[in-house]
Design a protein around this ligand. Structure first.
Ligand code: FAD
Length: 293
């Protein structure tokens, strides 16, 4: 099923993101995560590609195929292009097609130190245009409510986002954010810029101290006072920090659903326990048909 068609049903789409196990771990370890996520009935599950130092890129397609065939859940395969040639992408496209994977998140990817990027693709929009021409995939793209780190400002980033949508991305997933007002203001600017495709809000529950330090350094998300107070108060109390992080994410989702956002994309960090607690708390809200924004 094409992910873009899920938004036509009028409810809030709810999706999960997972990452492949580290190279040193068996791919089988992902079954444990998926067995538990399966019972939560997400609309789709996305699988990262080459992110976080994982360089076994074939595992992304392998896991996407498992999600489709064994769990009968729609997978969204992430695919980056900066370090790929057209021949590399062609090879992956053929493999994805033969595995029945029809949804791809077209990404540029980050520059890797000491690795010279290849010349065929410079931006995610180049990859989206290339994949779109083949006509076999439903394409998604990433967006950044606070602007992408390489961008001089949000306005320039939104102009490039429009190019990505014009290149064929029919659905967008946002970078994580902790302040819903930033997301609403971004949505307003994006719609004014003539981008009308569905946009899922990316929510990451912060449930341990290491995670917050890593995430904020990597993506530069603003932290509302309410959030930093919570972190400071509970940072040395792991159980309390987990409860607080889950409660914060639920609070964000309740507000987003009430505002009628197109979808919620939960960065699960392969933690099904956290995903379950959040999912159980918001499931009934997400099924209510939304007013079109
Ligand atoms: P682009 O859309 O190409 O944008 C990158 C920068 O270039 C932006 O600043 C943009 O404004 C600018 N730009 C775009 N087009 C032009 C143009 N024509 N001229 C000038 N400037 C331009 N990384 C991974 O390695 N693996 C993953 O699986 C992964 N999954 C992700 C999932 C989501 C939902 C998100 C939000 C990010 C993900 N990332 C992943 C991280 C992503 O690869 C990085 O943020 C990367 O730096 C940018 O990728 P992009 O596709 O957004 O790039």
């Amino acid at each position: 099923m094409r992910i873009s068609s899920m938004f036509e049903e009028g409810r809030t789409v709810f999706s999960f993101e997972i990452f492949p196990p580290k190279r040193t771990a068996s791919i089988e370890t992902i079954y444990n995560t998926l067995d538990q996520l399966d019972g939560l009935h997400p609309d789709f599950i996305s699988v990262t590609y080459g992110a976080g130092g994982n360089i076994d890129k074939h595992s992304t397609l392998e896991i996407a195929t498992i999600i489709k065939n064994r769990y009968v859940i729609e997978p969204l395969m992430h695919l980056t292009c900066l370090n790929s040639s057209k021949a590399d992408i062609d090879e992956i496209m053929v493999a994805a097609k033969s595995c029945g994977v029809e949804n791809i998140l077209a990404l540029r990817g980050d520059k890797v130190p000491d690795v010279a990027p290849k010349d065929d693709f410079h931006y995610a929009s180049d990859l989206a245009a290339y994949l779109y021409k083949q006509g076999d995939f439903d394409l998604s793209g990433a967006c950044y409510p606070e602007g992408h780190m390489d961008s001089p400002d949000l306005g320039a980033d939104i102009i490039h986002l429009r190019t990505k949508v014009e290149a064929g991305c029919s659905h967008l997933i946002s970078q994580l954010f902790f302040d819903n007002e930033i997301f609403y203001s971004f949505l307003h600017r994006v719609r004014q810029a003539g981008i009308y495709v569905p946009i899922e809000a990316g929510i990451m529950p912060i449930t341990n101290k290491k995670q917050i330090e890593k995430m904020v350094t990597l993506c530069g998300a603003s932290l509302p006072i309410k959030f930093t107070k919570m972190m400071q108060r509970y940072e040395d109390h792991p159980e309390a920090l987990m409860d607080a992080g889950i409660a914060y994410a639920i609070d964000q989702i309740v507000d987003l659903a009430a505002e009628g956002v197109d979808g919620i994309h939960l960065y699960t960090m392969n933690n099904p326990l956290v995903a379950r607690r959040i999912s159980d708390s918001v499931n009934s809200l997400l099924r209510v048909r939304k007013n079109i924004m």
